[in-house]
Design a protein around this ligand. Structure first.
Ligand code: C2E
Ligand code: MG
Ligand code: MG
Length: 634
């Protein structure tokens, strides 16, 4: 910023710089005063004094010219030197130590102290002191005795001119200084504000205002110091939203941001003010609980967090379920520094996700080996796709009312030479996280359609093949195309296949997903909801999507004749489905009692070990043809 006066660091100019226009103003003012005084002096016939004054004028003009040409430093030196010399000369020659000219000297010194070099200033001062001493010596020795002239109008005018000139100059100087100080103060305030803003930005998350990882780490380190003294535990909770990606992808980033802000405030309200809630980025949050963080009380906090998050959020006047998974690591039990604890809390969070989400887990050392196994799985899946290690098995589905076989659910199987048979519940979540589910999904759709064609050609024309879809497969736009390509390649009717969707996909009433399902449904493909009852069971969405069937999760069916609660749930689901014009498939029918009860309740379809487990394609073909033959002969 430009100020009237600026500090200069060079040694030579170790004072303040003067702006040219100010020096020009001052010099012109002095010049006018000198001209008037010299004219009065001439009128008084004091020719010597007048000629000294007249001699100053061209020099001052020269200084003005220098200042105009940006040689401000030289101009200041010339001005100061000229004024000092003329004032010394006038006082030596005329009034001596009582001369009016001496009254201008303090102002000249102030000016010099501010704008000329220290050496130059000392030179001037020495010259002034020498002049004063010479006046004294000359008077005492009688060599030159100063005569004080009687007071006249001219002497009044002289003193007034000196006072006016010096006060004008001092006033200008002071107001420039005041302005510069004012500007400096403003600049300082702005700087402080900027610094505190930078501090906030560096330590806080811009969206939620919560501390960021940097500040969380610093707080954690402080807590560690305290806890060492008091021998207490610190808990680090790693929180990850379960469906954030779906919300963000389907409702847009603004809705995602507003969900994150709501989550942040719920988390803050769920813990004590002394605990630290921070955002790690994306949909990940950290909570640091210090002071007596034993497992019991931390578990209570984790329960509270999952509870408050389970209440649906209202975003854009829509209700959105955004549950979370929480991983907990404890200091000093699970690590001695922030990074170790963060890593372990993160692992525990993944455990919670694997356990079915909307849950929390404490870290235990066993997890390390699980992570290694997890990495093996990821690389194994990649190889399995290229080596063709995946197979589809088919579990028959039946019409409970007629006993007819109506179709099959395609279930993926992976037999790895090293790891053996790996159940889909173990590798599908891994493939979902690593993104490999897209390739697996396309393979499953193509293979199921190809198999359906083969069965049709071999004399099983009316079977519907159900294909499981992961919600992750909806995140890319090519699902519709994949389905169409597979139908076309296998040359089968779209009604030959059914797509099984999960509830979590439908919790967000997303226009994108609704349109996509509408288009898929328009092709003639059937749609059903898998594992109904395990997720959100928010019935509102059922009417908005074009699904035709509900599959009640096997966990309710398997022993529901023994458990009154499960029976109540199953009955309620069947009644609700019927009232919405949906058909019901019961999964996990294992015995005749369950089958009979389901028939009484009006459930239309079923599958389960009572009839058959999932079978390789050839075995399924034999099973289905035998079944058809037997049921038509009976
Ligand atoms: P799901 O779609 O609910 O499949 C039903 C699961 O229940 C199958 O397990 C099946 O073998 C099992 N099951 C069937 N009848 C009974 C019974 O009477 N008793 C018991 N105890 N279990 C029975 P599976 O094959 O292990 O599949 C597990 C899950 O893996 C599936 O659940 C599905 O969510 C997923 N999955 C399987 N194949 C695929 C696939 O190709 N793609 C995707 N995305 N997911 C798949
Ligand atoms: Mg299924
Ligand atoms: Mg199921």
């Amino acid at each position: 910023m430009q100020t009237e006066f600026q500090t200069i660091s060079s040694k030579k100019n170790a004072g303040m710089t003067l702006k040219p226009h100010r020096l020009i103003q001052v010099n012109i003012f002095i010049l006018i005063s000198v001209i008037i005084v010299s004219l009065i002096t001439l009128a008084e016939k004091k020719y010597l004094a007048a000629s000294i004054l007249l001699a100053i004028e061209p020099v001052l003009l020269f200084a003005v010219w220098l200042a105009r040409n940006r040689s401000v430093e030289l101009a200041a030196n010339v001005t100061v030197l000229t004024l000092t010399c003329s004032m010394c000369l006038l006082s030596f020659w005329f009034g001596g130590l009582h001369d009016a000219a001496i009254s201008a000297i303090p102002t000249i010194l102030i000016f010099a102290a501010m704008f000329v070099s220290r050496r130059f200033f000392i030179g001037l001062l020495t010259c002034i002191l020498a002049t004063m001493s010479s006046i004294y010596i000359a008077n005492v020795s009688g060599w030159h005795v100063n005569v004080i002239p009687p007071i006249s109008f001219a002497s009044l005018f002289n003193i007034v001119a000196i006072l006016l000139t010096t006060s004008y100059f001092v006033w200008q100087l002071a107001s420039d200084l005041r302005n510069a100080l004012e500007r400096l103060e403003k600049e300082n305030a702005r700087m402080n504000e900027a610094l505190s803003h930078i501090d906030i930005l560096a330590n806080n998350d811009a969206l939620t205002g919560l501390p960021n990882r940097l500040l969380a780490r610093a707080r954690f380190d402080q807590f560690v110091e305290l806890s060492k003294r008091n021998n207490e535990r610190i808990a680090l909770l790693f929180i990850d939203l379960d469906n954030f990606k779906t919300v963000n992808d389907s409702l847009g980033h603004a809705a995602g941001d507003s969900l994150i802000c709501d989550v942040a405030s719920r988390l803050k309200n769920a813990v004590r003010a002394s605990d630290t809630v921070s955002r790690q980025g994306g949909d990940e949050f950290l909570i640091i609980i210090a002071g007596q963080a034993d497992q019991e009380s931390v578990a209570t906090v984790a329960v509270k967090i999952t509870d408050v998050m389970a209440v649906p959020f209202k975003i854009n006047s829509m209700e959105i379920s955004a549950t979370c998974s929480v991983g907990v690591a404890l200091y000093p039990d699970n690590g001695h520094d922030f990074d170790a604890l963060l890593k372990h809390a993160d692992m525990a969070m993944y455990k919670a996700k694997e356990s079915g989400r909307n849950a929390f887990r404490f870290y235990d050392a066993q997890m390390n080996t699980n992570v290694i196994e997890h990495l093996h799985l990821i690389s194994g899946i990649r190889a399995a796709l290229s080596k063709g290690e995946f197979r589809l098995y088919y579990q028959p589905q039946f019409d409970i009312r007629t006993g007819r076989i109506i179709g099959a659910e395609a279930l993926i199987r992976w037999n790895n030479p090293e790891l053996g048979n790996i159940p889909p519940n173990r590798f599908i979540p891994v493939a979902e996280r690593s993104g490999q589910i897209h390739e697996i999904g396309v393979w499953v759709i193509n293979e199921a359609c190809r198999q359906a064609r083969q069965w049709q050609d071999s004399g099983l024309p009316d079977l519907v093949v159900a294909i499981n879809l992961s919600p992750v497969q909806f995140r890319r736009d090519n699902l519709e195309r994949d389905v169409m390509n597979a139908l076309e390649a296998a040359k089968i009717n779209a009604a030959t296949i059914e797509l099984e969707l999960t509830e979590s996909l439908l919790i967000v009433d997303s226009d994108h997903i609704r349109q996509l399902l509408k288009r898929i449904r328009a092709l003639g493909v059937h749609l059903s909801i898998d594992d109904f009852g395990t997720g959100y069971s928010n019935l509102g969405y059922l009417t908005r999507f074009e699904v035709e069937r509900l599959k009640i999760d096997q966990s309710f069916i398997r022993r529901f004749t023994e458990n009154k609660n499960d029976e109540g749930i199953v009955r309620a689901i069947i009644e609700m489905a019927h009232s919405l014009d949906l058909e019901v498939v019961a999964e996990g029918v294992e015995n005749i009692e369950v089958l009979n009860r389901l028939r009484e309740l009006g459930c239309e379809y079923g599958q389960g070990y009572y009839w058959s487990p999932a079978l390789p394609a050839d075995d399924f073909f034999t099973f289905a043809t035998d079944w058809k033959r037997n049921s038509s002969s009976s």
